[in-house]
Design a binder for this molecule. Structure first.
Ligand code: ADP
Ligand code: ZN
Ligand code: ZN
Length: 851
């Protein structure tokens, strides 16, 4: 397989095509001579696959051969005029498939926007052989046949509409058997550029403004036409060639008046293709000067990026390093070390990012700025747009398909400072100079389902390496792994230990909750309530953090202990008071609150535990007048509600914000006097080796929302287990102490960063089958990994959506080559297990470096 060679006389051309399916490897297709000049790397081609399916596959390699295999299927057509990816993207995909144990097709599926990812659409057409409609048609068959005599083809969706019913396949099938219709596959491409009707002056007026007097004379008798012309000139001053709709609205004139102006040769309406993504219209501002600390940090970062004195230096440390990659693939140039910027909350990390972005842009490079999805809608986008204007391209989940395609094309052409969540990694960068991973510790950088199950931060490190770009990881609470890498010299460490300006770190206190409450209403202590009162009276705002949504996470029977559970998951249902129902947080199942216990008939049922709804309720008991807003998954689901809540809070219309970890994400408010953490115990008791790290990060982050600008803020943490060392560390803002203690524990139990983890999850509809599969795995894994294999065991939640789960966790020495071998072997083992009788329906999920 070679890339991009020219066909020579007598040779046949073959294309290696990647299909958007979970299949290993690529498929070879013959390129017919008439398409040979069009087919090239990175273009999508239409190919047959399977019985009657057509797919848009991607050409990833071409080869010439003198004698070919005549059984190979042909490429049917070439979809793109120019490639949709550069070769470097293909290398990235291959690395990801390899490292995260999935197929390149799955990576492509995640990478390409829907509009670039055609699969065939089935259409019903009349059978070619059919000359006349037979007499014996049922009424429904007649309806379809009639529709087909008007429209040459119907989509399945159309058929459903005509018949007003959901199941139509049996009917279509019958009609096929009768020889009435046949199915046809068609590839649909649905991207269309956005075109607007715009208005401009005709000649001679366009180039000779003095002539306009004459134009006004021509329209003097019509008030509407005069208004139109005036409105045009007014609009045009702000933006050349205004939109027709805007003009008509401004002038308050009917369309016919515009038509009249066109006839008189004064104005001209034409269609213009406009960008859906580069639409910032605000004012540009220059960024404020850097503080001394920021200057120093920037200098240290630049120094770390400077090309290493001896070329061997960087390569050497990469070998010994402990990051989860061993970069394969050739980087464009010697890549510089990743930098970890550890700056406390409020130190002004964003200001540093802006400076680095500026320099990259000046050097003509592209920038990728990654953020957790939820943080994208807010302040940060505006902050960057104020400095960089339309160069800022925002890639988030709410973009529509057309916008995605436009953004893709802009990036392909080498434009853009791209702000995006983890999936922005897949955009077709070609001149990437800088990658920033903000809040790099965030767990949302991890993609859980479906494949590729990748860690976005780690993948960004590899992407930067591949593109020869600089990379900066930023956080007030770095991931243990990142900090460890920095301490070991694999990353450069730059720290900012002071807040920007006059702002001080908040005062943190722990409120002991032992023996206070269990079932009672009092989840808010007297101290916390008094502090809320005082804060509000001082004219400041409050954030209450409770990491569980809903009203109560369980309904139990007092008599026999029964719990109301999900029908298809082994998990208790959460009571949502606002919707008056019990909900499963794993599959979305919901039902009514049980009135009596189905096991013992008792009516003595009680709600156990508490979530954000209950806290909101309790607040209202103490402060009926208070303006409280909840911010959790339930209240931000609607489009724009997240941004709206934040805006209202920023403007002071909300006095208390009660929320889940959404309230901890890098928000910057001026008047938060108090942050309350309702239950530290819930965070600390999570059954996971990362629980302490998560709890520390969440508490420090949410505490960081308190007291910016002049006033010192206050943080109150309610906890039953007050002796937990993490609380002490949060109290003292002691990241170093936390890091040292936690690292010692990880070492004792051989957890990352000292080991690498690989989790295997088995899923099957039948408990017996999943157990069988687990036994086969264990018999093969135990001899190899011994005590470093944990499980097979039923996880915390053993059944989800009717599927039984079993997990195994493997701990491996951090030796990349050895790990790569294990991965290959495990994949083969998986294929073998699935081939055993009765296990074809088994799902095997590999998670590399799970979090
Ligand atoms: P971090 O992300 O490190 O928590 P931010 O970047 O949000 O901190 O900065 C904290 C606050 O300080 C923000 O309100 C920001 O506008 C302000 N700030 C930071 N650096 C500067 C600067 N150089 N000039 C003016 N304001 C700054
Ligand atoms: Zn009972
Ligand atoms: Zn469920």
């Amino acid at each position: 397989m070679r890339e991009g060679l020219h066909p020579e006389g007598g040779e046949l051309l073959y294309a290696e095509v990647l299909l958007p399916l979970p299949l290993p490897g690529t498929y070879t297709y013959a390129v017919p001579p008439n398409l040979a000049s069009e087919v090239s790397f990175g273009k999508r081609v239409e190919v047959p696959f399977g019985k009657r399916k057509l797919y848009a596959g991607l050409v990833v390699a071409l080869s010439h051969q003198r004698s070919g295999d005549s059984r190979l299927k042909p490429v049917l057509s070439v979809i793109d005029e120019r490639p949709v990816i550069h070769p470097v993207q293909w290398r990235f995909w291959q690395w990801m498939a390899d490292y995260y144990m999935c197929t390149p097709g799955e990576v492509m599926n995640a990478a390409l926007p829907a509009h670039l990812k055609l699969s065939s659409e089935t259409r019903v057409v009349l059978s070619d052989a059919l000359t006349d409609l037979p007499d014996a048609l049922t009424e429904k068959e007649y309806l379809i046949a009639e529709a087909l005599s008007i429209q040459s083809a119907l989509r399945i969706q159309d058929v459903k509409g005509i018949l007003q019913q959901q199941t139509v396949y049996p009917l279509i099938h019958r009609m096929m058997q009768k020889g009435l219709v046949r199915l046809e596959e068609e590839l649909k491409e649905s991207y269309k550029p956005r075109q607007l009707s715009c208005v401009r002056l005709c000649e001679p007026y366009a180039s000779n403004r003095d002539a306009l007097t004459e134009a006004f004379n021509l329209v003097a008798r019509s008030e509407h036409q005069t208004n139109l012309l005036l409105a045009f000139l007014d609009l045009e001053r702000k933006r050349p060639e205004p939109r027709q709709s805007e003009l008509l609205k401004r002038a308050g004139a009917p369309h016919s008046s515009l038509k009249a102006l066109q006839k008189k040769g004064i104005l001209e309406v034409y269609t213009r293709t406009v960008s859906r993504i580069e639409d910032y219209e605000g004012m540009l501002e220059t960024a404020s000067p850097l503080s001394a600390q920021q200057k120093e940090a920037l200098r240290a970062i630049e120094e770390a990026y400077a090309p290493p004195a001896s070329a061997g230096g960087a390569a050497e440390s990469a070998e010994k390093g402990t990051a989860p990659h061993l970069p394969k693939g050739k980087p464009k140039k010697v890549s510089s070390k990743p930098v970890l910027l550890h700056g406390i909350t409020g130190s002004g990390k964003t200001r540093i990012y802006i400076e680095l972005i500026k320099r990259a842009v000046e050097a003509g490079q592209q920038v990728l700025y990654l953020l957790p999805e939820i943080a994208l809608t807010t302040q940060i986008v505006q902050r960057l747009q104020k400095v960089f204007g339309r160069q800022v391209l925002v890639y988030h989940s709410r973009l529509n398909n057309n916008q995605r395609v436009e953004l893709w094309q802009a990036v392909y052409e080498g434009r853009g400072i791209v702000l995006g969540a983890r999936s922005a990694l897949f955009l077709p960068f070609c001149k990437l100079g800088l990658v920033i991973v903000d809040e790099e510790h965030e767990t949302s950088y991890r993609q859980q389902d479906p494949a590729p199950r990748y860690q976005g931060r780690d993948s960004a490190v590899f992407l930067a390496h591949l593109q020869g770009a600089r990379i900066l990881l930023g956080s007030a609470t770095p991931a243990l792994e990142s900090y460890y890498n920095a301490r070991k010299g694999k990353y450069a460490l730059v720290e900012m230990k002071e807040r920007y300006g006059e702002s001080q770190l908040p005062e943190v206190r722990v409120i002991p909750m032992r023996g206070r409450q269990n079932k009672g209403p009092a989840h808010l202590s007297k101290e916390l309530i008094e502090a809320i009162q005082a804060t509000i009276e001082a004219g400041d705002q409050v954030i209450l953090f409770q990491n569980r949504r809903g009203y109560a996470p369980a309904l139990r029977c007092e008599t026999c202990g029964w719990t109301q559970s999900c029908v298809q998951c082994d998990v208790s249902l959460t009571y949502h008071k606002y919707r008056q129902e019990m909900q499963c947080h794993y599959c979305g199942y919901h039902t009514k609150l049980a009135k009596t216990c189905p096991d013992c008939g008792s009516t003595d049922l009680f709600l156990q535990g508490f979530g954000t709804e209950k806290i909101e309720d309790e607040l209202k008991i103490y402060f009926p007048e208070l303006r409280v807003q909840r911010m959790d998954y339930d209240t931000v689901r609607g489009k724009g509600s997240y941004a709206r809540i934040l805006e209202e809070f920023d403007e002071g219309q909300i006095e208390v914000l009660v929320g889940t970890q959404m309230v901890t994400k890098g928000l910057d408010f001026e008047h938060v006097g108090l942050v309350g953490i309702v239950s530290a115990d819930q965070l600390l008791s999570f059954p996971d080796f990362r629980a302490a790290e998560r709890a520390f990060q969440l508490m420090v982050q949410v505490a960081g929302r308190a007291g910016r600008k002049e006033k010192r803020g206050k943080v109150l943490i309610q906890a039953a287990n007050t002796a937990h060392p993490v609380l002490q560390e949060v109290l003292e803002h002691n990241f170093e102490g936390f890091y040292k203690r936690e690292l010692a524990e990880r070492r004792d139990f051989f957890y990352p960063p000292f080991s690498r983890l690989l989790r295997i999850t088995l899923r099957h509809r039948k408990a017996q089958r999943v157990n069988e599969a687990a036994r086969i795995f264990e018999a093969r894994l135990r001899p190899v990994f011994g005590q470093h294999l944990a499980g097979p065991a039923v996880p915390h939640i053993g059944r989800v959506r009717g599927q039984y789960l079993i997990q195994m966790l493997i701990k491996m020495e951090p030796r990349p080559a050895e790990i790569a071998n294990y991965k290959r072997w495990l994949r083969k083992l998986g294929d073998f297990v699935r081939k055993q009788p009765g296990l074809s329906g088994l799902q095997i999920i590999y998670e590399v470096d799970p979090s």
